[in-house]
Write a protein of this length. Structure first.
Length: 473
């Protein structure tokens, strides 16, 4: 018989008497005895202070925000991208006809920017993966956009409609519209990302409002100073104006933008050398990408259609149709800003927001149908109400879909997922520019409603899969 004395962590003495056994069995018995009493050493015990500090660090990471001036710079860049796309819409048809094109060519000229932006996204991602910093890529894209706008302004000298198309293609290739969202995805924590994405979407839509308004102002200015030649007129003025704005933006980037580490922005392409358990769910990803593409297509279709119906069906001037479109987009952008504030407090689920937004979007299409009203004021009022409702709701859908797509992928694929999302956004914008130029009052509402019905079905089918990745950040 032997007495074994064990000192516990609490300092008490425990004496036990065991029958003498072989050494191997004694070790087993001692291990069982210690295990049964749950006696653990300090190295194995859970440290509550360490656990609390980890939770605090995780909460701080989820709420992180980038430097204010840098975030303001990339958000302003999204406004510039929106303005640069739509500032030519009120005068595109006139410029196209002047150089030998038709209404469809004018729509293609508008859609060329987002369509070429799909290749531009691949270009700027290639530059980032080659080690260039985000600040450098922003500057390079801005230089290319300045050159594209100057070529657009000089197209009247060449007297060729293909110069117009080439200029818009250069602008699209250097658009860089994905860089703002990529910056938000990399620097804003998950807790506030939906809110900031709403601000991004609202400011981008604000750019769509400023573009037509600026086109109207430039039209009035050029006519008031009696300047009308091949270099400067109401058709070429948008090119000169945007070139100046981008030069000023380059100065802003150089002065206030704080760059990100190259290893953070140069992530690997989606799907390459990625473990199977890290890949985002296919159904949820496809649904989110459709939502992004559809919302962008509806926005551009509505913009081009509003100007065309005003000029060709109601007999409005360039200034009147431009101000009508600017008012519509301003109302939509303001509603997105308000919803962004409310989202932070009340809407905690992106997938719920997508489903609610798409259902309400279908209902909002009712005023878009052709009711054969005779007074132009009645037609414009009804169309205006319907477009504001639809544009506000598809802006909500786009913001939720962008936020959801960034949360579906793990941290290592976040940048690549952002690029893929903007490829589909650019695709929607390009298709919408062409659709808006060919739709009539009889076909506009059914086409928009059809896209939103598909969105409702996609939201229902993907609802259970639309969950943030465990490795998202």
């Amino acid at each position: 018989m032997a007495t074994v004395t064990v000192t516990t962590l609490e300092g008490s003495i425990v004496e036990e008497t065991h029958q003498r056994t072989p050494v191997s069995q004694t070790t087993s018995v001692a291990h069982s005895s210690v295990t049964s009493r749950h006696i653990s050493t300090p190295s194995l015990a859970a440290n509550p202070l360490s656990s609390r500090s980890r939770k605090g660090a995780s909460a701080e990471d989820e709420s992180r925000m980038p430097p204010t001036l840098s975030l303001a710079t990339v958000l302003y860049f999204s406004v510039l991208c929106g303005v640069n796309l739509v500032i030519v819409i009120p005068t595109a048809d006139d410029y196209s006809h002047r150089l030998g094109g038709d209404q469809l060519f004018g729509g293609l000229m508008i859609g060329a920017v987002p369509l070429l932006a799909m290749f531009g996204i691949g270009l700027n991602q290639f530059l980032l993966r080659r080690g260039l910093s985000l600040k450098t890529v922003l500057l390079l894209m801005s230089v290319g956009t300045v050159l594209g706008n100057l070529l657009y302004a000089f197209a009247g000298l060449t007297k060729s409609m293909w110069t117009l198309l080439a200029a818009r293609c250069v602008i699209g290739l250097c658009n860089g519209s994905n860089l703002s969202s990529m910056y938000i995805g990399l620097t804003v924590g998950m807790r506030r990302r939906s809110e900031v994405t709403f601000y991004f979407s609202a400011l981008n839509t604000l750019g769509y409002a400023l573009g037509p308004a600026l086109a109207a102002v430039l039209e009035v200015f050029v006519k008031s100073v009696h300047v009308n030649n091949l270099i400067l007129d109401s058709d070429t003025a948008p090119g000169w104006f945007m070139a100046i704005l981008y030069l000023l933006f380059m100065a802003q980037v150089l002065l206030v933008f704080e760059d990100l580490p190259a290893e953070l922005t140069g992530s690997q392409p989606l799907g390459k050398h990625v473990a199977t358990d890290e890949r985002p769910p296919m159904i949820a990803t496809c649904a989110a990408l459709w939502d992004i593409c559809m919302s962008s297509a509806v926005i551009t279709t509505a913009e081009v259609y509003a100007v065309n119906v005003g000029q060709h069906y109601w007999g409005w001037s360039v200034v009147t149709s431009a101000l009508f479109l600017a008012a519509l987009m301003l109302c939509a952008s303001m509603s997105n800003l308000v919803v962004g504030r409310l989202t932070r407090r009340f809407m905690k689920s992106d997938r719920t927001g997508l489903l609610i937004g798409s259902v309400l979007g279908c209902a909002a299409c009712a005023p878009l149908f052709h009711f054969d009203l005779h007074a132009v004021s009645a037609q414009a009022s009804l169309l205006g109400v319907g477009l504001v409702l639809v544009l506000s709701l598809v802006g909500l859908i786009r913001a939720f879909a962008l936020a959801a797509s960034s949360k579906l992928a793990p941290a290592s694929l976040k940048s690549s997922m952002n690029s893929l999302a903007f490829v589909f956004m650019a695709l929607g914008r390009g298709v919408g520019g062409i659709l808006g130029s060919v739709l009539s009052p009889l076909s506009f509402a059914p086409v928009v409603l059809g896209m939103l019905v598909v969105t409702v079905l996609a939201s229902i089918a993907s609802h259970s899969y639309m969950k943030p990745s465990d490795k998202a950040s």
